[in-house]
Ligand binder design. Structure first.
Ligand SMILES: [Zn+2]
Ligand SMILES: [Zn+2]
Length: 465
């Protein structure tokens, strides 16, 4: 068995783990490395599209190996067609540091994941605006089609015949699939994203356990404990284990976050409550929903979260009708102008947003201003301009997300503080991490008792010795 870390070594995320055994080759995750990317690029300096994969190869953002990348990109770079040299990708969850670079892979590589993971990737593809969101389908790039005037036009997503669906295979809990000489089992774990799982890979030379991202203090800690029990029972030779917080030994649990948010709203909020959180962390979404209800307030979601709740359907513990949807003014801002046709208002919004503008539970900044004590409102730095319309009085802001971990995030946080002080908004904090604590990781390693331990997704691999 050959286990190669082509990303995720000495860094948090960017996991791309290549398993190779007797001619069978699998990837475990294929994510983006934020650390490597930030060394060379920023918001306004991006890898050049015209270079296809070259910028990514040159600067170590992607491994330059044969038989895995999409043909349109290789052709544009002048590389000849390659045969497929990987049998499948197994995806633990839809966070960008595990899944974003699926965009660059050949479309004929089967991708195995849970149903929730696929739904989240689909919402990212539909609502994403970057150059890297061909996650579920791929649109042929750098090619032309013959238009009605018999000239050449560049292919876009509107040209259906140039959009290919990737080959997704949905796995059920504890389902096993055979890929060449390996067998892979999907085992759900608890993490800060719905549909997260780990994998157990069976071979005639010994078994491999891969944790993906894992925690024990979330709303479904029992899943992770069950994973550890299962992993132990297969007597693995190798354990590929995440170690984001190997150097930390304290932090809140998800139920602790719920208590804090409930108390904070009850004690400190006279007017509106704004809350900032990772919107795809469904456990947190549910925590906030419950905390709002407990305080007789409605939970107000933004358009992206409304879209996700609708897409998740029964996988979400409540329905879209149980919350209110805040529709912001966008583009020309015709939403609150009188005598404008509905069709004209819709032009202000992306196609996927239009479904949420005129629902019975859609509200605007005017509703928030009129009844501030009735709502807990989803808010982030990227939508904060709405405060100017809302004109909050005596509002509070609860930060329920991680602390900044790079310079760019620190600058954003400073800017946010200026907004809050401008509107005299008091800030409170309550957050639980998506990752296990050091002590929990050590106990998990001891319990699983593999022959070898391979740390990934950590800046402190030496602490695993
Ligand atoms: Zn991760
Ligand atoms: Zn993650």
């Amino acid at each position: 068995m050959n286990i190669e870390l082509l990303g995720g070594r000495n860094e948090i995320g960017g996991n791309k783990i290549l398993l190779e055994h007797k001619g069978t080759r699998l990837f475990l995750d294929f994510g983006m490395s934020f650390k490597q990317s930030a060394l060379f690029f920023s918001e306004f300096l991006k890898p050049r599209k015209c270079a296809a994969l070259s910028d990514f190869f040159e600067l170590g953002l992607l491994p330059d190996i044969e038989g895995i990348y999409r043909e349109d990109y290789l052709k544009h770079m002048g590389r000849s067609a390659e045969n497929r040299l990987v049998d499948a990708v197994f995806l633990t969850h839809a966070h960008a540091d595990h899944a974003q670079y699926l965009h660059f892979l050949r479309t004929d590589i089967p991708i195995y994941c849970t149903d929730a993971t696929k739904i989240i990737l689909q919402t990212l593809e539909n609502t994403g605006s970057n150059d890297c969101s061909d996650l579920i389908t791929a649109c042929e790039t750098f090619s032309f089609y013959r238009n009605k005037k018999d000239g050449l036009s560049r292919v876009t997503r509107k040209n259906d015949e140039h959009v290919v669906s990737r080959d997704y295979k949905i796995m059920q809990s504890n389902e096993r699939v055979r890929i060449g000489c390996l067998e892979v089992e999907m085992v759900p774990v608890d993490h800060s994203l719905p549909g997260s799982c780990g994998f157990i890979i069976y071979s005639d030379e010994g078994n491999v356990v891969y944790t993906g991202d894992i925690r024990f203090h979330g709303s479904h800690g029992e899943l992770s404990r069950n994973f550890v029990g299962k992993a132990k029972s297969v007597k693995p030779t190798w354990l590929v284990v995440e170690g984001t917080r190997i150097n930390q030994d304290d932090g809140l649990s998800e139920s602790g976050v719920e208590q804090e948010i409930k108390a904070c709203i009850g004690k400190s909020a006279k007017g509106l409550v704004f809350i900032e959180f990772p919107i795809r962390d469904l456990d947190r979404v549910n925590t906030i929903y419950k905390a709002a209800k407990d305080n007789n307030r409605s939970f107000v979601v933004n358009l992206k979260l409304a879209y996700l709740i609708k897409a998740l359907g029964d996988l979400c513990p409540f329905s879209l009708n149980d919350v209110q949807i805040l529709v912001p003014k966008k583009s020309w801002g015709l939403l609150d102008k009188l005598g404008i046709e509905q069709k004209q208002v819709e032009q202000d919004y992306e196609v996927w947003e239009r479904d949420f503008i005129f629902r019975a539970n859609s509200i605007t900044h005017e509703d928030l201003s009129k009844n501030p004590q009735k709502y807990v409102v989803t808010m982030s730095m990227w939508e904060i301009g709405q405060l100017i319309d809302i004109k909050p009085q005596g509002a509070i802001w609860i930060k329920s997300s991680c602390e900044p971990f790079c310079e760019e995030m620190e600058l954003d946080e400073e800017r946010k503080k200026n907004w809050l002080s401008h509107f005299k908004i008091q800030e409170y904090k309550a957050h639980a991490s998506g990752h296990a604590l050091g002590q929990e990781i050590r106990e998990m390693i001891k319990e699983i008792d593999s022959q070898y331990v391979i740390p990934v997704h950590t800046e402190y691999p030496e602490l695993f010795e």
